[in-house]
Design a protein. Structure first.
Length: 360
């Protein structure tokens, strides 16, 4: 049996979009290949609710360092001891000193090149020092969108072997209206509301959403609406939180579990996502699957994620942003979108491609 080793850093704590991508990808691989087992190596607890992999934790003194540093400089001890033949990197970064036959890497974005100002110092330095070199070592390179694949080829002169969209869980769908009302009532959420789902960090451009919302309030165009911000606090979120605290109509909900998010999407008058840059954009796709009217930044990756069905805006153009929000509210209930077959078609090619990369 082939043993695939995986860095558990992305599966620690409350999962971001990248973590969900990796977990769903691992689930797909194990469910569709009887001769592949997966071992996750970590220095912190990881999410493994579906028990799709074995977990090996570092119990040494080295486990106390930050996950990024542990992964880069200390994870190899466990990886080499376990004698895995393949290593799958969920975000392109590789541990030093690994002894494996094949490397499979996923590239989600090129933040350090395109929007370096939105990154923390540690992740920016790590990306500048290691990311390109690590990606070029991959025997099999996966991109999460055609937009990302194009940028990898442009900046690294290496063409990804396959594009695999994020696997969106089946409970992201249009739900019964009464069921939605009952669930949101339990959560003490009242209608009407505008929704965004994003970690509170600079790349997500949440201050532009707040600016547009407050302006519409002051103009009396959305007198009853609230703005719900779903997502964990991230890097440099202090100033944003101060702005949120100044307005009772803006509600910071924190991290929301996947089981609850479909109800929020279904109940929203409009979903907004003015991110400066995305490798794909899972929340807009999830929102569309739930029948929401969607407003996103006009970048290629978000056009791809929404299949061109969203309203596309320049977040710097406050007037057009506000108008798109108003138009989106008027359009509520008129959006009908079903997951296209691209993801399934891509995934069906993945396991054979993994096998070929190992034995070639």
């Amino acid at each position: 049996m082939l043993r695939i080793g995986v860095d558990g850093r992305l599966l620690q704590g409350k999962l971001t979009g990248v973590g969900k991508y990796v977990l769903n990808l691992l689930s797909y691989i194990t469910e569709n290949s009887s001769d592949i087992s997966i071992i996750v190596f970590s220095n912190r607890p990881v999410l493994n609710s579906s028990k799709v992999f074995e977990t090996i934790y570092d119990s040494s003194v080295f486990a106390r360092v930050k996950p990024m540093i542990w992964s880069k400089f200390f994870a190899y001890r466990l990886i080499n001891k376990s004698k895995v033949q393949i290593f799958l990197s969920g975000d392109g970064f590789l541990p030093f000193f690994m002894n494996v036959r094949t490397i499979i890497s996923v590239v989600h974005d090129l933040n350090h090149i395109l929007v370096p100002e939105t990154m923390s110092s540690l992740h920016l330095i790590a990306s500048k020092l290691f990311f390109k070199r690590d990606v070029l070592k991959a025997s099999l390179l996966i991109a999460n969108s055609y937009g990302t694949a194009k940028k990898v080829e442009q900046y690294f002169k290496k063409k990804p072997d396959i594009v695999v969209y994020p696997i969106i869980d089946q409970y992201y769908k249009i739900l019964d209206k009464n069921e939605v009302k009952q669930k949101l009532a339990i959560l003490k959420i009242t209608f009407p509301y505008i929704l965004t789902v994003a970690t509170q960090e600079p790349r997500k451009n949440l201050e532009k959403t707040i600016d547009a919302f407050i302006s519409l309030k002051q103009e009396g165009k959305i007198p009853s609406h609230k703005l719900l911000l779903a997502g964990s606090k991230g890097w440099r979120s202090e100033e944003l939180q101060k702005r949120i605290d100044e307005h009772d109509e803006i509600i910071s909900m924190g991290y929301i579990e996947d089981e609850t998010l479909p109800y929020l999407y279904n109940g929203a008058d409009v979903f907004v996502f003015p991110s400066k840059y995305e490798g794909f954009g899972m929340p807009p796709r999830e929102a569309l699957l739930c029948g929401a009217s969607v407003v996103v930044a006009d970048i290629p990756e978000l056009r791809e994620a929404t299949c061109g069905l969203a309203r596309f805006i320049d977040p710097e153009d406050k007037l057009s942003f506000k108008q798109a929000m108003i138009d989106g509210i008027k359009d509520k209930g008129n959006v009908f979108f079903r997951e296209n077959t691209d993801c399934k078609d891509q995934l069906e090619k993945l396991v054979p491609l993994i096998n070929r990369s190992i034995y070639n």
